[in-house]
Design a protein around this ligand. Structure first.
Ligand SMILES: [Zn+2]
Length: 323
């Protein structure tokens, strides 16, 4: 059995609590800052209601899951309580439309982290203590400190580009590169980081990288210096929803389907990344293949989803190798 937070084994010598919760004690402390895994105050009825809501809203893109804001109350028996304002933690439970989305998101984020991309803190957590009722949980990164947190300004690319939220699918990655050049405090590093994220997104089928899934975040509270934020909301959409033929949410070199290696090369040059640097990043991405396949193999996804992810990654890696 592996930890629902760090994926490392929970050994036979682990405490009973660690085995019941599926979390290392050290992971609980790091993720929540508590001694015990917080209980989640959310009823079965509320979960069903939320699942129905997302169906009624016609949310067909898997990435548009219902997000639940939770507030952490610390103490002897820490609790996570449902609140109606943006707060410390975000929970994404199972959905009616797609199976195992929380597990899929966890795997995609695990792959991003393994490839060296900075991610927001993320984990899986059991609801109502049920082994098979897993939700994805993430901690917000725009606050520093626990009791009286200071806020870090965080702005997504929709806001930075002066667009409405509903226009998050309008735009291009060339435009995103301009946003980074204009607002980032370290545009060179962030541009190559952004390029690498696109490569990794492509190979894992994270096709929902729209303007609201990219953000800049303040380096320190009040510094007014911004850098590309850690990644969030990564999901192997192309494996979950193979009918959707889009490789990307926004365009690259004027297209978002049938992306080839050459498109990545042309794109790099157009946003001011040297061809040599781009080639090294493509190689770096390709070198993750074995690791990604082993992560998928070791994941807790059901067999059909597991092979969908594995086949997708193999295909995309082949595309990127340009053979
Ligand atoms: Zn752990």
């Amino acid at each position: 059995m592996n930890c629902l937070c760090c994926s490392k084994p929970i050994t036979a010598s682990a405490s009973e609590e660690e085995r019941i919760t599926g979390w290392h004690r050290s992971c609980v402390r790091r993720f929540f800052g508590t001694r015990k895994l917080p209980e989640i105050d959310i009823t079965e009825e509320k979960l069903l209601e939320l699942a129905r809501e997302s169906v009624n809203q016609g949310l067909t893109v898997p990435g548009v899951q219902k997000k639940i804001s939770l507030h952490l109350t610390t103490g002897i028996n820490p609790r996570l309580t449902l609140v109606n304002y943006p707060t410390g933690f975000i929970l994404k439970p199972q959905t009616a439309e797609y199976e195992n989305l929380p597990e899929c998101e966890y795997l995609a984020m695990r792959m991003a982290a393994a490839a060296g991309i900075k991610t927001v803190p993320f984990a899986l957590i059991r609801l109502h203590g049920e082994e098979n009722n897993l939700a994805y949980i993430t901690r917000r990164i725009d606050r520093v400190g626990n009791n009286t947190p200071e806020m870090l300004a965080m702005e997504d690319f929709c806001q930075l580009d002066g667009r409405l939220a509903q226009d998050k699918y309008r735009g291009s990655y060339e435009r995103c590169a301009k946003i980074i050049q204009r607002y980032s405090d370290r545009p060179g590093i962030d541009l190559t980081d952004f390029y690498y994220r696109l490569l990794i997104s492509f190979v894992i089928g994270n096709s929902d990288l729209h303007l609201k899934n990219l953000s800049l975040i303040e380096t320190n509270p009040g510094s007014q210096k911004y850098i590309l934020s850690p990644v969030y909301d990564f999901l192997p959409v192309n494996a979950v929803l193979p009918e959707d033929e889009d490789d990307f949410a926004l365009t690259m070199c004027g297209k978002n389907r049938s992306i080839r290696k050459n498109d990545f090369v042309r794109f790099a040059v157009s946003i001011g990344i040297m061809e040599k640097v781009a080639a090294a990043l493509v190689e770096q991405c390709i070198s993750q293949e074995k690791l990604f396949l082993s992560l998928a193999e070791a994941s807790i996804l059901p067999a059909n989803l597991k092979s969908a992810v594995i086949n997708l990654i193999s295909d995309r890696m082949t595309t990127l190798k340009g053979v």
